[in-house]
Design a protein around this ligand. Structure first.
Ligand code: MTE
Length: 318
């Protein structure tokens, strides 16, 4: 993003697991349970063995949300990541394995009836888990599709009981510089912070992710709790969240603080508004390595365009 990088989308052929492998795996899970899947697919077992909520997966798929291209192979989505806490390149998956995701506390504070601190497993078990297929468009002009599992952000809002005058939901990632050595780089404004308006938080697309590919989400993808906002550039989709704060002040986000002329608060996908240093007209599909046209709101306009009616004075697409 803000830093010069190699062309990481040039993924070696050996990483491209066919989509059929993923769907076979789901069938095996459904038919035989995790035990059988463990022996056939060792890296399915790893997450399942250590996560106390593993029995909740796979969750039923919500067919309302469809994608217009195949699911990106799991082997790509778990190994090609942006997670600056673990490094500035895309190959942080091994380093991210050091993140201790249990015990994991989530704090809900700010303009709420009462502050809540909950452990992640209690929170996940209270929430209605479902699977959704979503497209994801990074500001760096690469894209993937993901079978996420999680629950609508609106469910967290209900649970949090915010006061009527809260206008924004601010989210914060963990701070563990001894484990996530990227956090020792003092020129970054750690911890990673993101935010949305209450209307965005309550939009049906806004999704809190606890799983992917029919099991708990990989550490490299933001375990144990991340958000996914499919109509926005990927940097809005903050990973490994420890704190939600309801506030009436617009949060200054991590990337906005680093480069306000390049990364803004809204960051809605728009092919017609170029990043100051590159075009946003097309994107590289990581699964096929092909360039495809980028769509306004990443193709989710029917769900979200109304949120921005009459806001033409704002930098909505940066
Ligand atoms: N969240 C945290 N805490 N740290 C990060 O560096 N990177 C963001 C977002 N969330 C990031 C983050 C960016 S730029 C993108 S594109 C997505 O995570 C990448 O998600 P993925 O690695 O699961 O594809």
């Amino acid at each position: 993003m803000y830093i010069k990088r190699t062309r990481g989308w040039e993924i070696p052929e050996r990483l491209a697991t066919p989509e059929s492998t993923y769907f076979d795996r789901r069938q095996i899970l459904a038919a035989g349970g995790v035990g059988l899947a463990s022996s056939a697919f060792p890296f399915v077992a790893r997450a399942a063995d250590t996560d106390p909520t593993a029995d909740l997966y796979p969750a039923p798929r919500n067919s309302r949300y469809t994608i217009n291209r195949p699911v990106t192979p799991e082997s790509i989505n778990t190994t090609y990541n942006n997670f600056y806490e673990f490094g500035t390149q895309r190959n942080i998956s091994a380093a991210a394995e050091a993140l201790p995701t249990r015990p994991w506390e989530v704090k809900i504070d700010g303009m709420v009836e009462e502050e809540i601190t909950t452990d992640i497993d209690t929170l996940i078990r209270r929430m209605p888990l479902e699977e959704r297929l979503y497209r994801h468009r990074c500001v760096e002009a690469w894209s993937i599709t993901v079978p996420w599992t999680g629950f609508p952000v609106s469910e967290l809002v209900k649970f949090a009981r915010p006061l009527g005058d809260a206008q924004y939901l601010r989210m914060e990632t963990f701070m563990m510089p001894d484990v996530a050595t990227g956090q020792k780089q003092v020129w970054y404004p750690w911890p990673y912070v993101e935010g949305v308006t209450m209307a965005e938080a309550n939009n049906e697309l806004a999704f809190l992710v606890t799983g992917a590919y029919g099991k708990p989400v990989a550490k490299s993808m933001g375990a144990p709790l991340r958000i996914h906002l499919p109509w926005k550039y990927g940097f809005k989709s903050i990973k490994s969240i420890v704190r939600f704060t309801f506030t009436d002040e617009r949060p200054i986000t991590f990337w906005e603080e680093l480069g306000p002329s390049e990364y803004g608060f809204w960051a809605n996908v728009n092919p017609d508004v170029a990043h100051p240093r590159w075009s946003q007209a097309t994107e590289r599909d990581l699964a096929t390595n092909e360039r495809i046209p980028t769509e306004l709101y990443n193709g989710y306009g029917e769900f979200v365009a109304d949120l921005y009616a009459g806001m033409d004075d704002q930098r909505l697409y940066m």
